[in-house]
Design a protein around this ligand. Structure first.
Ligand code: SF4
Length: 407
């Protein structure tokens, strides 16, 4: 923080990429960098690394979306939209339903929040790692400091259905994403009723980000109930950083469990369906590049979160990464996705504000034949996948046997 202005972490969504220039255009109004204006993806990376000062004249509580601070790890902050290829940015409006309550009387914004254009629901904001003595929380995380502050601790299934329905109808949400902290190895069981309810009573693509298990039959059951996507936050590829900075994941889960679960679900759901989530800017950059190669080699896509020190977290004073290093990471990410033919931006209306999405890295693509061919294939895939995703988003009848399995 400095002077009379406030510094905030922010979540950034980059707009449509079609026809976007690789380097910033003359019309750019912000994000100049030494010799040329940054393009939207470069600006996104720069903002994640350096933050942004907000002038006190901005009334964020009136103009911006409610800032929820309880999504796990690095998942909170002010959302802004950088609509490529032009530069002026805008703050997405707060959805009208944020100020309404469910029929049970729960404020809707305490059940789920829009993160970019998808609905993010934290199933339970109590993470078991925080309740050990000494605590075993991930060192960059502040979730345990916010339990019950902004969100309802454990979500009621009917509340979730109501909010998912309204988010689909009023905000055009196509994807509902559940995540949760450590639930003492019951993580996948706890999620099952929510998956079934959203899939059968609302109809949406459903994703899960949970602590993994080696009981693979639980993934099979969740897929039967309607799960379309799994992501695995193993954060650090370097085993020493994993052990040191993620004591709970090291002691009670193990890095190998993350790898095996990602490999299993990825082979089960197919290319581009699952993701490995890592934090960039803490472990040596070579390890981050290895992680990207490993994840894309499995046919999964890398979700790379640029490290941001969060107030109150153990790593509050850890320095933010250098923009130049992050640029290397995201250029590598683009190339790894291209070489492995990982689908980019194929699913409808999913703009994720917490990270630099793989699709955003198109702005970093070298101007050559290989990039153009990849671009052509991705736009074809997007057209061809439309009916498939329409079908996937219809409410799905769950057969009786699966209901019994769930009960
Ligand atoms: S698993 Fe780690 S990042 Fe997630 S809520 Fe628990 S301590 Fe935070």
């Amino acid at each position: 923080m400095g002077g009379s202005m406030s510094a905030l972490g922010q979540n950034v969504a980059v707009g449509p990429k079609a026809g976007a220039p690789k380097q910033g255009p003359a019309s750019a109004q912000t994000g100049y960098h030494e010799t040329h204006p940054l393009n939207p993806c470069e600006l996104e990376i720069d903002l994640f690394c350096k933050g942004m000062r907000i002038d006190p004249s901005c009334a964020l509580e009136k103009d911006a979306r409610f800032i929820a601070r309880t999504r796990a790890g690095l998942g909170s902050g002010l959302e802004i939209v950088i609509p490529g290829p032009r530069y002026p940015t805008r703050i997405p409006p707060e959805p009208a339903w944020y100020t309404r309550s469910t029929s049970r009387g729960t404020p809707m914004h305490k059940v789920g929040v829009l993160q970019g254009t998808y609905l993010g629901i934290y199933i339970s904001n109590s993470c078991g790692f925080w309740y050990h003595s000494p605590p075993l929380n991930c060192k960059f995380c502040a979730t345990g400091l916010n339990v019950g502050v902004n969100e309802v601790a454990v979500k009621d299934v009917d509340d979730v259905i109501e909010v998912a329905r309204v988010a689909k109808e009023e905000s055009g949400v196509t994807f509902v994403h559940f995540n949760s902290g450590y639930q003492t190895d019951r993580d996948l069981d706890v999620a099952a009723p929510y998956v079934k309810a959203v899939k059968s009573r609302v109809g949406a693509l459903v994703g899960l980000q949970l602590i993994p298990t080696l009981d693979f039959w639980k993934y099979d059951r969740l897929i039967d109930l309607g799960a379309d996507h799994f992501s695995f936050c193993y954060e650090f590829h370097n085993a020493e950083f994993f052990a040191k900075l993620l004591p709970g994941k090291q002691k009670l889960v193990g890095q190998e469990t993350f790898f095996r679960a990602l490999e299993y679900t990825s082979s089960k759901l197919g290319k581009g369906s699952c993701s490995g989530e890592i934090v960039a800017g803490v472990e040596p950059i070579e390890d981050t590049l290895k992680a990207i190669d490993y994840i894309t080699g499995l046919g999964a896509f890398p979700t790379v979160c640029i490290f941001r020190p969060t107030i109150g977290a153990d790593m509050e004073h850890w320095p933010s990464p250098r923009y130049e290093d992050m640029l290397i990471v995201f250029r590598h990410l683009y190339e790894a996705c291209r070489k492995n033919n990982i689908p980019m931006d194929v699913t409808p209306n999913i703009e994720v504000s917490l990270i630099v999405q793989p699709g955003d890295t198109r702005y970093l693509a070298p101007d050559n034949w290989a990039s153009q061919w990849y671009e052509t294939k991705m736009s074809l895939a997007k057209q061809l996948a439309r009916p498939y995703f329409w079908w996937k988003r219809r409410p799905k009848a769950i057969p009786a046997s699966e209901v019994l399995a769930d009960a």
